[in-house]
Design a protein around this ligand. Sequence first.
Ligand SMILES: Cc1cc2nc3c(=O)[nH]c(=O)nc-3n(C[C@H](O)[C@H](O)[C@H](O)COP(=O)(O)O)c2cc1C
Length: 182
Amino acid sequence: MGAVVAFCSQTGSAKRYANWLAEELGCQAVPLERIETAAADADLVVLCSWFHAASLKGAKRFRAYMAAHGEKHYAVVAVGATPMPCELWPASEHEKAFRRSFPAEAYLDLPWCYCQGGFRFDRLGAIDKVMMRIYFKMLEGEARRGSERSATALAQMREGYDGCERSYLDPLVTELRARSWA
Ligand SMILES: Cc1cc2nc3c(=O)[nH]c(=O)nc-3n(C[C@H](O)[C@H](O)[C@H](O)COP(=O)(O)O)c2cc1C
């Protein structure tokens, strides 16, 4: 009985959300690599991970775990650099990104929420730094062509920021309690 939060995190945002959620659920937060042993007795397993080029890190491994343990309940916290749903970033965009890793045809009933993370270029691995430099160039082009959204994103990412807020987890916690899974 009980829950486990399994996380993937490079610069710490998803890990913070995992720890906050584990506090809410009264359980442990563990790296995804430890899911097999840590979740052996859990009946709710939550993946807390970050968007990397529009797919969620570790999703493949989590999907395989879900398929092998059909008797458990599951949920996902998806952390990304983009703001919480607003006029410039509608919820449909987060949904679209999430569905690349958990398509609606197979995972429609999987509870999940989006939480804004942060961005720290200096903490990235070497390959991600290269990827982000290319992404910055793309944003520069879009900003030059008049995209307010790209200009804002570029400025924030260059500066570095922490957009984590514990309350962003509230909708998921409420849903898990409503389902009596937590
Ligand atoms: C190479 C790379 C690709 C990324 N792609 C996306 C993305 O497609 N969508 C998004 O919202 N955030 C994206 N991000 C931002 C991260 O998801 C964000 O910084 C997150 O907070 C990182 O989580 P962590 O601190 O747990 O590592 C990307 C970051 C990197 C380094």
